[in-house]
Design a protein around this ligand. Structure first.
Ligand code: BG6
Length: 455
């Protein structure tokens, strides 16, 4: 039975809390009813307990977990300025069991709060959970890490990346490490290329305040897709425990560089114009409220990287993500090399086999060359597919369970956060210097023409 934890949400009256965090908590408490959690909310808004409880109840209900509300129904709300040491001291004094602090606030507020924590006694074992973006480049990520190091040990800092909680991301591990058909061929010797793609149909959805300063590269590639890449490319760890797992993924990021060290040729960027996605008409990105067109924020980004080590040198890893695209498509595509020789007498093309993991609905396909049904000497392509379970917990629930268990395996470690900025910083600099044109694509189209075709 898990011991009691006090989950204190800083920024409790904000949108992230009600949209993501509370529904995930509702699910977690439904699936794992043995957890004893004291929930507290803190924020600047002048709310009382009744108003906060109603927000929690409604958020649980919105995700179908209303019954779980009973176990946190005594939740309280405290009005507090989390950047003021006196308010923080008051908040921290009142807790049962281990304390987990979740910063559901904009990055500037989280940073100011972390600085204010330096003047407060933090109870032993306290966990700090921070949402992305973690800094805006390598230097600011390092600065924030230095601030955090003074507060609690690294294993108690959770830099949230919900992609690490996705069951398909974790399926990569089982398929690769538990099958002799894949484990020995998982390297440049047999793999030709890897694509990690997350296309979304969503547009800006009222998030200009955050997104217009981030853009697709920072919002998705720096924060999520590089982590997925690190899991795919890591050396086999002895265990999947926190230390082994994160040592292995960090080593990948340290070895990763922009392809050819040339961001101008290894990256592409574009921004959507007005168009129709499904039955939704979207205005041009630049016409969305709050967007500053001169920022030249991209809504579609592609970056080719190389993991420069013995296992992967020479294999392009293409990471791509964008908004307002015609189809939601999140996938990891591993393309194997062609065989050296197809015996004479077998006709037809024999492209390399392709292993494809779809990130929701969770599915896996293996495309193979097989003998034809009509003419057995003519090769045909067939696909073997399997639906993979969704995972009992959704991604945020998985992440939250790690926080409550104080197990940081599925959180981004400080050095990894710095490394992922180190990888993309030269790209952002090249974009600022206009070395890569900002192209356009109508919302609902496949993106600008002329980009290399992806498998
Ligand atoms: C978030 C990004 O981290 O991930 C969003 O900020 C993006 O822009 C989202 O839409 C995608 O993840 P999911 O799980 O919501 O599809």
């Amino acid at each position: 039975m898990a011991g009691e934890t006090t989950l204190l949400i800083l920024g409790a009256s904000g949108d992230l809390t009600s949209r993501l965090l509370l529904p995930a908590l509702g699910q977690l408490l439904t699936i794992e009813p043995y957890r004893r959690i004291r929930l507290r909310g803190a924020g600047m808004d002048d709310w009382d307990d009744a108003r906060w409880r109603e927000v929690v109840r409604a958020a649980f209900a919105s995700a179908g977990f209303e019954a779980a509300f009973d176990s946190v129904s005594a939740t309280e709300y405290v009005r507090a300025d989390i950047t003021a040491p006196a308010d923080l001291a008051r908040l921290l004094a009142d807790h049962d069991g281990r304390l987990a602090l979740y910063f559901a606030v904009p990055p500037a507020v989280a940073k100011a709060a972390c600085e204010a924590f330096a003047e407060v006694d933090i109870p032993a074992g306290t966990v700090l959970a921070l949402e992305k973006p973690f800094g805006v480049d390598e230097a600011t990520a390092r600065e924030l890490n230095t601030t955090l190091e003074r507060l609690v040990p690294e294993a108690q800092v959770f830099r949230i990346d919900h992609f690490l909680g996705r069951s398909t991301t974790l399926n990569l591990l089982g398929v690769r490490f538990a099958n002799r058909v894949f484990a020995p061929v998982w390297s440049a010797q047999d793999i030709e290329s890897v694509v990690i793609r997350y296309d979304e149909t969503l547009g800006l959805e009222g998030r200009a305040g955050y997104y217009d300063k981030a853009g697709a590269l920072a919002d998705m590639i720096q924060s999520h897709l590089l982590q997925v890449m690190a899991i795919l490319a890591m050396e086999p760890p002895a265990t999947l425990h926190e230390r082994d797992f994160r040592d292995a993924t960090s080593a990948v990021l340290r070895a990763t560089h922009v392809w050819g060290d040339d961001p101008a040729t290894a990256s592409r960027r574009a921004r959507y114009t007005a168009g129709t996605v499904g039955d939704r008409r979207l205005p041009a990105y630049v016409d969305e409220p709050g967007v500053e067109p001169a920022r030249q924020t991209e809504t579609l980004a592609e970056l080719v990287c190389e993991v420069r080590n013995e296992r992967w040198r020479g294999v392009p890893f293409t990471l791509r993500s964008g908004k307002a695209l015609p189809e939601k498509k999140g996938e990891v595509v591993v393309t194997f090399r062609r065989v050296n020789h197809v015996p004479e007498g077998l006709t037809g093309p024999a492209p390399g086999s392709v292993l494809r993991f779809s990130l929701g609905p969770d599915h896996m396909d293996l495309e193979l060359n097989v003998n034809g049904g009509d003419d057995p000497f003519e090769l045909e392509r067939e696909t073997i597919g399997a639906d993979l379970g969704e995972g009992a917990l959704k991604a945020y629930g998985e992440v939250l369970s790690g926080i409550l268990d104080a197990d940081a395996t599925l959180a981004v470690r400080g050095d990894a956060a710095e490394e992922s900025w180190r990888i993309v910083d030269p790209v952002l600099a090249a974009w600022r210097a206009d070395e890569v044109p900002l192209q356009e694509y109508p919302a609902g189209s496949l993106g600008p023409g002329g980009w290399p075709a992806l498998p």
